[in-house]
Design a protein around this ligand. Structure first.
Ligand SMILES: Cc1cc2nc3c(=O)[nH]c(=O)nc-3n(C[C@H](O)[C@H](O)[C@H](O)COP(=O)(O)O)c2cc1C
Length: 366
């Protein structure tokens, strides 16, 4: 029953949606990483609900660093961050304690924890717990940027509307050099917003697809089999609630191509080995090839909806109809962008720690 991820740089998350706080413990951080309050606050604010397209739960996310930082730098010992929960309202959940929200984790949590689970607000399964992951990612992200590694995620599609203005990163790699990462970190387009609001007014919810790019990663990181970069990123990304799919590079469409179309031909560019296309998403044999790592993540529509749906009361073993009250996100996609950035940063940190050891943030040197 462990809640820990990472081989060399590890994170353990803890907390429940309506408990006193949520948080994270990180181990394997190089000593001497600058911990930047403005980066942590900035990343946490991107995960926070934003107006009518999000839940009305208002958490200020005032985080507390409990250990592992001294004089603004990591000490190299476990770093613990707690984030108090301040805006909880558990009443709505008491009424539906034994009724399983379709596609949420109420029933599976009950099966696993034998009724001892904290069910309020989704408990440990709540999106609220991802605030800890974002805080952890914010500790690692500046260290990666110092090494020239950048991570950005944009909304590829939401509520069936695709980001038509956005370039096809698989087909046109040159775009990456001109891309402002602020674009990758842009806001939800108006059309997407109105679809989210339309679904909300019908008591419904919507999902979407995020696209993430990692640039500046050296070739040769990752393991050939179980700890391939695809496996590690998938492992971390599937830990984010509501993720139901991931594809690297051209992904499923590779299955319909000829080999000559699918292959990423090598070339020498400025004295470095590059590929002309990036259908492989920067990974060959589980190992980074020096090209940008590119992957897409599919998010389901938020399970909790106020429209009536068939369900069961699993205590009384009776069919019933559920119409949920309470505060919920009609869409998760825009809030999840920064969560995917954060878990990707943790994976990259873990890969570097595997290659360079304790001083990974300085590539083994000082
Ligand atoms: C940032 C974020 C916010 C979320 N908010 C909600 C929410 O308000 N209501 C809800 O039912 N699910 C929400 N979810 C998703 C559920 O936590 C998730 O669907 C549920 O735990 C079941 O897990 P699964 O979809 O991965 O199977 C959120 C997820 C994230 C990442």
């Amino acid at each position: 029953m462990k809640n820990t991820f990472g081989n060399n740089l590890s994170v353990t998350i803890f907390g429940e949606s309506h408990g006193s706080s949520i948080g994270v413990v990180m181990d394997g951080l190089s000593p001497g990483i600058t911990v930047d309050d403005s980066v942590i606050k900035g990343m946490l604010s991107k995960r926070r609900p934003s107006g009518a397209i999000s839940t009305s739960r208002a958490e200020c996310d005032e985080y507390i660093i409990q250990s592992g930082v001294f004089n603004g730098k990591t000490t190299g010992t476990p770093l613990c961050i707690t984030i108090p929960n301040r805006d909880t309202n558990s009443r709505d959940y008491a009424e539906t304690r034994w009724i399983a929200r379709p596609s949420h984790a109420d029933y599976t949590a009950n099966c696993k924890y034998h009724g001892f689970e904290d069910y309020r607000g989704g408990g440990h399964f709540s999106g609220r717990v991802t605030a800890g992951l974002v805080a952890a990612g914010a500790v690692v992200m500046p260290a990666l940027e110092k090494l020239g590694i950048r991570i950005g995620t944009h909304i590829k599609s939401c509520a069936g509307i695709s980001d038509r203005d956005f370039h096809d990163l698989q087909k046109d790699l040159d775009l990456l050099s001109t891309l402002d990462f602020a674009v990758l970190d842009g806001t939800v387009a108006d059309e997407m917003k109105s679809r989210i609001l339309e679904a909300k007014s019908n008591g419904d919810s919507v999902g979407g697809v995020l696209e993430t790019v990692v640039t500046g990663l050296e070739a040769g990181l990752g393991e050939p089999w179980f700890d391939s970069i695809e496996s590690l990123i998938s492992h971390a990304v599937f830990s984010v609630p509501a993720v139901k799919g991931i594809e690297f590079g051209a992904g499923f469409s590779l299955a319909e191509m000829y080999g000559t179309e699918a292959n990423d031909c090598f070339c020498i560019d400025n004295g470095t080995v590059q590929t002309v296309s990036n259908n492989s998403g920067g990974i060959n044999g589980g190992i980074s090839n020096g090209m940008p790592i590119i992957f897409k993540t599919a998010f389901r529509p938020t399970p909790t909806v106020s429209a009536p749906q068939n369900s069961v009361n699993f205590k009384e073993m009776q069919d019933t109809v559920l119409s949920m009250k309470g505060r919920h996100d009609p869409c998760i996609v825009h809030r999840a962008r920064i969560v995917i950035d954060a878990v990707t940063a943790l994976v990259v940190g873990d890969l570097l720690a595997g290659r360079y050891g304790d001083d990974w943030a300085f590539k083994g040197g000082r």
